[in-house]
Design a protein around this ligand. Structure first.
Ligand code: FAD
Length: 355
């Protein structure tokens, strides 16, 4: 059987502590937070204290300067738990990364230490009521007023929006030429989503094997039916294939070699797998799988967004497709690698940049 080779013992120790944190600090309260419609700030402070936030932020900015795999572990364990309230992924992977990469020294000193402790919560504001996939159509404007910018516009669907202290905001300005110039880390964002989907798919297969091993019909377990085993065999195989590709992309990313096409393929393929596994596993739970009390029902509902947010499946196909039809696939790869280094890059109309 396939075994992941990415992690060392220190990573696995960290994984254990993240799981314990989720069991102790999130699991008992998540249902109440859902009723409240908000995750309390105390949770963020506790997560900061436990070292779960922004693991890669350098010591100079209050972080531990750990490798990316520590962040990956937080994303994976949150995904496995099924608790979607706390928006750690956006805070750590997107907002902190943008601030670290593109912020001024003053902005980094001001925000990053607080993002590590959970005192400041980050969100990424791109989508507007009339513009989601087509980022070039955003209307929010930032107009120079002395040393400040005055911002006018509307944003919707902003994860962590109710709580946030720091927002990486997409606007048009009167000072930048050529419309909206966005600073993006597209490949990294899509990789994080692929990681989440790979983990959820694996977890749903595991809980379905467990359930169908117990549940009986016609004098045998549901797992004894050949159809159940065939379905799960197909899903497991696809999950392993997806995991191998995702881990490959993690390694590429850590070597500064992940290009936007591979990241788009990972995001697209794993999102599709995530939704299919949620659907087929729910089928094997029967009517109980439709009941909200069963995690598979929740996972099914939560799955649907992954094909839309963070760049829809269709946008991923655009990215992959246009790389096939450009003059030379090699040139595209070289260009996109250059793009995904720590430099600004323009967002094209098909480069949706957010979760
Ligand atoms: C739970 C949730 C959390 C979110 N979090 C955030 C956040 O934190 N920050 C943020 O900025 N946004 C966030 N979003 C918004 C999300 O990124 C957008 O919903 C997404 O980018 C799609 O934009 P849209 O909804 O305007 O759909 P539209 O752009 O109107 O697209 C609708 C559909 O049309 C199709 N389509 C669009 N363009 C093309 C094309 N070029 N070719 C073919 N088909 C196409 C696709 O199927 C697409 O799904 C979130 C959304 C949700 C639901």
């Amino acid at each position: 059987m396939f075994e992941r080779r990415l992690f060392q013992s220190e990573h696995e120790m960290f994984r254990t502590s993240v799981r314990k944190f989720i069991e102790k600090e999130i699991a008992p309260h998540h249902a109440q937070w859902e009723r409240d419609g908000i995750v309390p700030r105390e949770l963020w402070l506790k997560a900061g204290e436990a070292g779960l936030l922004c693991c890669t932020i350098p010591e100079a900015y209050g972080g531990l300067g750990l490798d990316y795999l520590f962040d990956v572990i937080v994303f994976e364990e949150m995904a496995r738990s099924g608790f979607t309230g706390p928006g750690f992924l956006i805070h750590c992977d997107l907002v902190a990364t943008y601030v670290k990469t593109f912020g001024t020294e003053q902005q980094k000193q001001r925000w990053l230490p607080k993002m590590v402790t959970g005192e400041a919560i980050g969100s990424l504001g791109m989508t507007e009521p009339h513009a989601g996939s087509d980022l070039r159509s955003i209307r929010t404007r930032a107009v120079r007023d002395g040393d400040d910018y005055v911002i006018n516009g509307q944003k919707v669907f902003i994860s962590n929006g109710q709580l946030c202290d720091v927002v990486v905001l997409a606007t048009k300005t009167d000072t930048l030429p050529g419309g909206t110039l966005m600073m993006t880390k597209l490949a990294q964002e899509r990789l994080a989503q692929a990681i989440r989907s790979a983990t959820v798919a694996e977890h749903l297969i595991d809980i379905t094997v467990e359930y169908t091993s117990q549940r009986k019909a016609f004098g045998q377990t549901i797992g004894d039916f050949q159809n159940t085993q065939f379905k799960l065999a197909e899903m497991k195989t696809d999950a392993v294939v997806g995991r191998i590709f995702t881990d490959h992309c993690i390694t590429q990313f850590m070597n500064n070699q992940l290009d936007e096409v591979d990241a788009a393929m990972a995001k697209m393929w794993l999102s599709n797998l995530h939704c299919r596994v949620a659907d087929e596993c729910l089928q094997l739970f029967g009517g109980w799988g439709y009941m909200w009390e069963y995690p598979i029902a929740r996972a099914f509902a939560d799955a649907r967004i992954v094909k839309i947010a963070g760049g829809s499946i269709e946008i991923m196909k655009h990215i992959i497709g246009r790389s096939l039809f450009s003059q030379s696939a090699g040139d595209v790869k070289r260009r996109s690698r250059a793009k995904n280094t720590d430099t600004d890059s323009a967002v094209t109309d098909t480069d949706r940049a957010i979760a």
